[in-house]
Ligand binder design. Structure first.
Ligand SMILES: Nc1ncnc2c1ncn2[C@@H]1O[C@H](COP(=O)(O)O)[C@@H](O)[C@H]1OP(=O)(O)O
Ligand SMILES: [Mg+2]
Length: 346
């Protein structure tokens, strides 16, 4: 890797590369079929894929950038010993290495940076996708019995199994400088493309403040108002915030990363989640990529989250994101004060 390129460019290029490697780990765990699901808290689960992908990302980035503070969703992977050597990714993405660093980021040092890692955003969708992949009904039933996330009603409605939910899964790496997300990577391990006759799995979208975004084809927002929101963590307050938007359509999908992809690809124009469930690792990379594309991500009160090393992890006041300032202002003006008070604890 050229050591003359500015640090932010090298770190983003390494993050693009390692996110792809982590995505392969996510697919490999699924192919082996043993997800190793652990319940971390209410509606909060972790699988072998979350654990291994995080170890790959943190070990690789910290071997290259030892003074950068890296915070991952799944705690401290050092306690689990050495990682397999094939997980260590030290290559940098060649296209990102060619980017021009904006002058405001040229002098950034490792000590100024906090990287937020969500090795597998959309864990509910990942585990539910695993169940859908089991073609044999007996195998499915056995998996269901050991599956804490799925209601019997949902299980019985599973007639047409497909890959659907796995597309919602993303690997998120957000790079913040002085508390602000300035660069980010959203990798989608199950995105399918055809390269000639060959099916290729996975794509990586990146964004850099002052430069722009890459890895996908941008599209304008839909003509009518389409809102995207959670499909697995709803409650009456979340629903109330959706009703007041007067939307033509509500797109319920999994993961903060995938919802921001809906905005980037012109499938929705606003993302509303009036609930405390998301954490800093869920929003850092999506916020960086969305703002590099001209959008805005804040809490439900319209305030930006801060991403310094000492902040608390939960995004207590929800998520409000839009493809541009005008739509963000519209969404903010629709949220009733009583709902804002409820989330901010007033
Ligand atoms: N109540 C919650 N408990 C745990 N994680 C949550 C909760 N709500 C949201 N999240 C996290 O935020 C992401 C976006 O939420 P949602 O899909 O509901 O819109 C989820 O994929 C999940 O991240 P993760 O899957 O990495 O644990
Ligand atoms: Mg997440």
């Amino acid at each position: 890797m050229s050591s003359t390129a500015p640090l932010i460019i090298r770190l983003l290029a390494s993050s693009v590369s390692v996110a792809g490697r982590a995505g392969k780990i996510v697919r490999d765990v699924m192919s082996r079929g043993e997800l190793g699901i652990v319940e971390k808290g209410k509606d909060d689960y972790q699988t072998e894929a979350d654990r291994s992908a995080q170890r790959c990302i943190i070990s690789s980035l910290s071997s290259l950038y030892p003074k950068v503070n890296i915070i991952g969703e799944e705690g401290n992977p050092d306690s689990e010993g050495e990682i397999p050597s094939e997980w260590l990714q030290i290559e940098a993405d060649k296209e990102v290495m060619l980017l021009e660093c904006p002058s405001s980021l040229q002098g950034v040092k490792e000590e100024d940076i906090v990287v937020w890692v969500d090795p597998l955003d959309g864990t509910s969708e990942y585990t539910q996708g695993a169940l859908m992949l089991k073609r044999d009904p007996w195998e499915r039933w056995k998996m269901y019995l050991t599956h804490p996330l799925i209601s019997i009603k949902w299980y019985l409605s599973l007639r047409h199994s497909n890959y659907g939910f796995l597309e919602h899964v993303t690997v998120l790496i957000g790079i913040s400088v002085n508390e602000k997300p300035v660069a980010g990577v959203i990798h989608q391990p199950y995105f399918k493309t055809m390269v000639g006759e060959e099916k290729q799995m996975g794509r990586t979208i990146w964004g850099l403040q002052g430069v722009g975004v890459g890895g996908y084809i941008p599209a304008p927002p839909p003509d009518s108002l389409v809102i995207t929101t959670t499909r697995s963590h709803s409650n009456p307050v979340v629903e109330k915030a959706l009703q007041v938007m007067n939307a033509a359509q509500v797109l319920r999908v999994g993961g903060a990363g995938y919802k921001v992809l809906q905005l980037l690809e012109g499938k929705a124009s606003i993302y509303v989640f009036a609930s405390p469930g998301c954490k800093k690792w869920d929003t850092c990379a999506p916020e960086a990529v969305l703002s590099a594309a001209g959008g805005k991500l804040t809490d439900i009160l319209g305030d930006f989250y801060k991403y310094g090393a000492s902040v608390t992890h939960p995004n207590k006041t929800g998520v409000l994101a839009a493809v541009n300032d005008e739509l963000h202002n519209y969404a903010l003006s629709r949220i009733p004060q009583e709902l804002k008070d409820k989330l901010s604890g007033n």
